[in-house]
Design a protein around this ligand. Structure first.
Ligand SMILES: NC(=O)c1ccc[n+]([C@@H]2O[C@H](COP(=O)([O-])OP(=O)(O)OC[C@H]3O[C@@H](n4cnc5c(N)ncnc54)[C@H](O)[C@@H]3O)[C@@H](O)[C@H]2O)c1
Length: 391
């Protein structure tokens, strides 16, 4: 059962698992599409509605994906979906996932934490009540750890203090209401796991880039979403689009901000690995789900090189950083557990960047340049509702 299966990671993962013979259901309330409607955004790629998506998938692959349209915060709906599908694994992508969105204004901060924290508590109760053996695979983010001045471990850290030693959850210090919603989720899940002997895996995912996967390439109508606006677009995807339309790549501040990254095809593989290796009852496994780390300046340099090979002329500008974050810092995050379980990473090479740029160039006429510059400043988060679209 893929919660959030109409979204960027969820759609690619649902097709990946379905193509490999897993019986898949998508649960989604389409709120991601509503955010775009409210803010005047759109995916660069022309995505089809979810009903058409699953119809086309059946036509192309002969495989059926079940669909449950509804809100996981609505426990009655979620219970009915659990009872109908009887999942053995539940992959939870179904959250509001943008840090800038959560920092726009008070109501969106409250929405983000309510939607994410309440949704995850509901999922834990649904598993306890209707599918106690079901393995919960929950998407967290590397952003939960922040940027501490020591190595980041995979979930747990052994600390010696005043002569005693214990292995404890690694300290979390999210720097937006969104990241903090994930920290709260992790704490809630750990408590439920221990108390109700649930099987859970918390995946601290890095920034995902890329758009095509073998399944979405089977038919144009299966194309995945690609966000480039300043609220939902993630760094590398945004840089690729900026380079393709001749807009300078907008590096925030000094550009030394370093994060973990992974290709969308590796997101799918990691989820499959997590599904195939369920946690034992009462234990929460934690993996850092990324394959390489880069600074923002390094990303801009990689896109510049790949873009020049395609005849583009990518430029870089440093814009004032709208986020409150360190722009130069130590960063060394461990990420070996998924590779130990068999992940063969699809690393960021020229060929991958070139194929991303080629896809982006194909759809570049859809780009609305007004949406490219940063629109949300952390320190100016408003108590009254904000809009983004500029006329
Ligand atoms: N995209 C990234 O780079 C990235 C990086 C790290 C972690 N993650 C995490 O992975 C998950 C998926 O990210 P994504 O980029 O695919 O996001 P997305 O917004 O594209 O997809 C999320 C989906 O969940 C659905 N959803 C949200 N709240 C829901 C609710 N209450 N009930 C039912 N459906 C709901 C949305 O409609 C959407 O289709 C998120 O939890 C995100 O925090 C993503």
């Amino acid at each position: 059962m893929i919660l959030g299966g109409d979204g960027y990671c969820g759609w690619a993962t649902a097709l990946h698992l379905s193509n490999r013979g897993y019986e898949v259901a998508i649960v989604d309330n389409m709120c991601r599409r509503t955010f775009d409607d409210q803010l005047g955004f759109n995916s660069l790629t022309p995505i089809k509605g979810i009903h058409e998506r699953v119809r086309v998938w059946e036509e192309v692959s002969g495989k059926r994906i079940q669909l449950y349209v509804g809100d996981i915060c609505d426990y009655e709906f979620l219970s009915a979906a659990f009872q109908a599908f009887e999942p053995t694994a539940c992959v939870h992508f179904g959250e509001q996932r943008s840090a800038p969105y959560s920092m726009m204004d008070r109501s969106r901060a409250v929405f983000t934490q309510t939607n994410n924290v309440m949704g995850t508590i509901n999922v834990c109760y649904a598993i306890k009540e209707f599918a106690p053996e079901c393995h919960l695979i929950k998407l967290g983010t590397m952003g939960e750890y922040g940027t501490p001045n020591i190595d980041i471990e995979e979930g747990y850290i052994t600390i010696e203090h005043n002569g005693r030693t214990d292995t404890l959850p690694y300290p979390k210090q999210g720097n937006s209401f969104y990241h903090l919603s994930k920290c709260h989720d992790s704490a809630n899940m750990l408590m439920c796991t221990k108390t109700w002997k649930m099987r859970t895996t918390d995946l601290n995912q890095g920034v995902v880039y890329g758009v095509a996967t073998p399944e979405t390439m089977m038919d144009d109508r299966l194309v995945n979403r690609l966000d480039y606006d300043a609220v939902f677009g993630t760094a590398l995807n945004r840089f690729a689009i900026q380079a393709a339309v001749g807009h300078p790549m907008t590096v925030y501040g000094k550009g030394g901000q370093t994060r973990g990254f992974l290709n969308i095809t590796d997101t799918c593989k990691c989820i499959q690995i997590a599904c195939d290796n369920p946690a034992p009852p009462g234990e929460m496994k934690i993996y850092n789900q990324f394959t390489e780390q880069f600074s923002v300046n390094e990303l801009a340099a990689l896109i510049t090189e790949a873009g020049q090979k395609l005849g583009l002329d990518p430029q870089v500008i440093n814009v004032p950083n709208p986020r409150t974050e360190m722009e130069e810092h130590y960063y060394n995050a461990k990420h070996s557990k998924l590779q130990d379980l068999g992940l063969e990473p699809n690393l960021m090479k020229e060929s991958i960047l070139e194929s991303l740029l080629t896809t982006v160039v194909k759809y570049k006429d859809n780009v609305d340049q007004r949406l490219i510059l940063p629109g949300v400043n952390w320190t100016e988060s408003a108590s009254v509702g904000k809009t983004i679209a500029k006329v």
